[in-house]
Design a protein around this ligand. Structure first.
Ligand code: FE2
Length: 235
């Protein structure tokens, strides 16, 4: 395999912040998931999902927010029209719980089978938090990756609790600051993919991500996950 071409930094905050309409709560824990063409009624379905499950009724503003997020992410993503014609788009709504009081530091692995000849292309996921705390992100620095590497070995240790061990190791590392409306680009499937975790969930949270690929790549992702291509789920 040829070496990766780093034409897309593994961690970046996109330059333009997105306007996010005001809302304060979610109805329940639920997820919107979609794998399919970008040019489907995705935005309107997602806006409707948010209106149905949060305390905002401003579907038009949500539509604009989602459209801006999708547009900025798609424009930033490496590739021609066919190479990023499809996406995995997800919105997670959560009520407070203690599941991430200890951070779950990890890197995202490979999401789908790469098209032939596109193995070296930098792949990214884009994230925007609409309500509540943003994802915790550590800087893409050698010292952080060096800590992750022995961590993998510790997984097999009888008394090794990897998650707790990493939480302690990263406790004092300065995190990347992500402001309101800011879209974060996360590289995935690479050695230098950013180390990140869900934040502590003390308030209601709405968080969305999108990643792009060709139709073939997204169909391979559907096969891996046992989900349907082009169908709306979670409504
Ligand atoms: Fe992740």
């Amino acid at each position: 395999m040829p070496p990766l071409t780093y034409n897309s930094a593994p961690l970046l905050i996109l330059p333009l912040a997105i306007d996010v309409p005001h809302f304060t709560s979610v109805e329940r824990n639920t997820t919107f998931n979609y794998f399919g063409p970008v040019s489907s009624p995705l935005v309107s379905r997602a806006a409707h999902f948010l209106c149905s499950n949060t305390d905002t009724a401003d579907e038009a503003s949500l539509d604009t927010t989602l459209q801006s997020f999708l547009h900025a992410s798609h424009a930033d993503c490496v590739g021609n029209a066919d190479e990023k014609s499809c996406c995995w788009f997800t919105i997670r709504l959560t009520k407070p719980h203690s599941g991430f009081d200890v951070p779950r530091w990890h890197q995202d692995g490979r999401m789908y089978t790469y098209d032939e000849g596109r193995e070296a292309v930098a792949r990214s996921k884009y994230a925007l938090t609409l309500l509540g705390p943003p994802t915790l992100v550590l800087p893409a620095e050698d010292a952080v990756f060096a800590t992750m590497a022995p961590g993998e070995e510790k997984q097999d240790q009888v008394y090794g609790d990897l998650r707790m061990w990493l939480a302690q190791r990263f406790q004092d590392v300065k995190r990347v600051e992500v402001g309101k409306g800011q879209v974060v680009r996360f590289g995935w499937g690479r050695e230098d993919s950013p180390v990140h975790s869900e934040p502590r969930l003390e308030t209601d949270r709405v968080f969305m991500t999108v990643l792009f690929g060709s139709e073939r790549e997204l169909r391979s992702m559907c096969e891996i996950r046992g989900v349907n291509f082009g169908k709306f789920d979670g409504m």
